[in-house]
Design a protein around this ligand. Structure first.
Ligand code: B12
Ligand code: SF4
Length: 361
């Protein structure tokens, strides 16, 4: 644990906060903000969201009681949350073209390159080490995505942006194509002003474009209808009525970001690790569906796509193929796997073939 501080240490702490911002940028983050542990109204919003059941099968969202909205309960002794954002937009991708070409697989932009979890956690760790070199022992924990932390609310409190109607954290200079990570620390650093204004105005582009009508209203997402949930988090069968609406989106969805006017200001990432691998930004659904499990495992090594597993990936591709034009390549790829060992995959293949007027027998 670190030493205790008095008011006489204020200049030293202010200098340290400036250094943390500079070190964060050196480590590849675009912005660093510091907040206390009070996430304000967000605890109540989380409770209402869970009470409505919008988390679906994501039981981990409800599993930690009030710790998710109270950093000091998750890590006792925490006094400040250092929030950082890292851009992930690959500068030159075929993304829009892929989204509009129904025989091509659309993979969301965040998942085209290396998995961000390890990369960001390592950088946060390095930041903590720099702080320790400066001030000695520090009580800290590093988080990115998978921990029970209300990351967007923490980012808003630290001045990184506002939570938009599409429920993502938006920034006037950078849009929303960035990841968030946090360092919980036990030092009373000076805090940044929370981002108190919001700049969505009367725009409802994200709410209107959503292919599955997943927004209950502005700022409220029923995750059970979101394509990101359906293709990544859901383990079982995709509800029949939603399958035709998914189109060619086989891993996540970006529509509510693509349409956001603030994303005109997004900057391409400086991390080569986030650039597309294996032409995942421009590959046909049929070609991906022909991957064996071994090919899936080798080509998604170190990629976020691993999260679905081969069966989930195949399920998603079958839905995409069911929504694609019924070309010979599409029908052949589906027929090749109509006796797939996985019942889940077989069921989605049968659905897809039926969409093309083919029976499975
Ligand atoms: C669960 C989760 C999901 C779920 C649910 C999404 C959601 N909106 O909750 C699913 C699987 C659908 C999902 C999808 C995506 N996700 Co996600 N996800 C998370 C996770 C793990 C938790 C989010 C959370 O706390 N949800 C709880 C609910 C209650 O929060 P909320 O819906 O955002 O609601 C907040 C506000 O809208 C507001 N609010 C709620 N109701 C009301 C009502 C009123 C009147 C008002 C004013 C406000 C308000 O308060 C709430 C609490 O802050 C975070 C990582 C983390 N630990 O925080 C990543 C995270 C949010 N995801 C991220 C990303 C990139 C995505 C996708 C873009 C991935 C993709 N391309 O497919 C999509 C975007 C879909 C979308 N529009 O949100 C990034 C977002 C970065 C950013 N710029 O904001 C995060 C932060 C991961 C990270 N570390 O970078 N995700
Ligand atoms: S990610 Fe796609 S499906 Fe999910 S809320 Fe946004 S537009 Fe709708």
């Amino acid at each position: 644990m670190s030493v205790s501080y008095t008011s006489a240490d204020a200049p030293l702490l202010a200098e340290l906060a400036d250094s943390i911002r500079a070190w964060g940028r050196e480590l590849g983050f675009q912005q660093v903000g510091i907040s206390d542990v009070d996430l304000g109204e967000h605890a109540g919003h989380l409770e209402s969201w869970l009470a409505a059941g919008y988390q679906g099968e994501m039981d981990y969202m409800a599993a930690h009681g009030s710790k998710r909205s109270h950093p000091e309960q998750l890590v006792p002794g925490t006094l400040r949350v250092i929030s950082l954002r890292m851009d992930y937009l690959p500068g030159d991708t075929q993304m829009i073209r892929a989204l509009k070409a129904p025989e091509t697989a659309y993979i969301s932009r965040y998942a085209l390159g290396r998995d961000y979890h390890k990369l960001i956690r390592k950088r946060l760790q390095q930041l903590a080490e720099r702080i320790q070199q400066q001030i000695g022992p520090l009580g800290y924990r590093a988080f990115v995505d998978s921990a029970p932390v209300l990351e967007k609310a923490a980012g808003q409190q630290a001045g990184l942006g506002w939570i938009g109607k599409n429920t993502l954290l938006l920034n006037r200079q950078a849009g929303s194509w960035f990841f968030l990570g946090e360092l919980f620390v036990d030092i009373p650093l000076p805090v940044d002003a929370a981002h108190s204004s919001e700049h969505c105005g009367s725009c409802t582009a994200c709410l209107d474009i959503c292919p599955t009508a997943a927004f209950v209203g502005p700022y409220v997402l029923d995750a059970r209808r979101c394509i990101s949930y359906l293709t990544i988090e859901l383990k079982g069968s995709i509800p029949l009525e939603l399958r035709p609406l998914i189109g060619n989106r086989v891993f996540g969805c970006d529509d509510c970001q693509l349409v956001c006017p603030w994303n005109r200001f997004a900057k391409p990432t400086s991390q080569t690790d986030f650039l597309p691998r294996h032409h995942l930004d421009s590959t046909d659904l049929a070609a991906l569906f022909r991957w064996t499990e071994d090919e899936f495992l080798s080509r998604t090594e170190g990629s976020p796509i691993r999260r679905t597993g081969y069966i989930g990936w195949s399920r998603n591709l079958a839905v995409g193929l069911g929504n694609a034009p019924g070309t010979i390549a599409v029908i052949e790829a589906l027929q090749l796997r109509r006796n797939d060992p996985s019942e889940l995959v077989r069921e989605h293949v049968a659905w897809a073939l039926q969409r093309h007027g083919r029976s499975v027998d």
